[in-house]
Design a protein around this ligand. Sequence first.
Ligand code: SAH
Length: 228
Amino acid sequence: MSWAAAVLTLFPEMFPGPLDVSLIGKARQKRLWSLEVRDIREHGLGRHRTVDDTPAGGGPGMVMRADVASAAIDAVARDGRALIYLSPRGAPLTQARVGRLSEGPGAILLCGRFEGLDQRVLEARDIEEISIGDFVLAGGEIAAMALIEAVVRLLPGVLGAEASPVEESFSRGLLEYPQYTRPQDFEGRPIPEVLLGGNHAEIAKWRRQASENLTKSRRPDLWTKAEG
Ligand code: SAH
């Protein structure tokens, strides 16, 4: 059984978009994962297939209707999958959550637009809210793509053996050490000596130290957690 993503969106033409290139795209051809894209507007109301309305209590913009969003959700078979609304108010997406999602059967991803979604559908369908960062996008589509891409690269068979996800940033709660390749001298900057010596224990020690230093200086929040 391959990992199954379903995306509910008002802009289905955005998909698969960037999810169709490189390793992620090839993995879909190999059926390591699948993508079902559903147009929320199919559940819109009336001749104009209306999906939104003005916010109760006033204010700018439009809000996606609970009845329309729930109809779109209910039309997709759940199949034990995570049900997620991409939202700036959600829990920040972490590599740990991505890893757990990759071990499950898939995810149903609801993409908002406008001012967001009627609160009642989030409660009535017990929807998990996930944010991809402390900034506001115009819609949930790019956030859904980011989540899918992060999950799919962890699925067995997607990355080549040489591109192991075990060592990289966040996998041990640390940022990844700096990488170098040829030329040995770039504008007067040499590659650190130890990396050219072939002493694997020394290299591992240098990388570990570099990871720790980077994490301490750039992400003290992660460092506090890694230590604890
Ligand atoms: N007024 C809302 C923002 C709406 S942005 C608020 O302040 O919470 C429109 C849509 O973009 C949202 O419904 C959501 O699906 C998506 N979106 C915006 N920023 C996001 C983020 N950081 N992470 C995930 N989804 C986001």
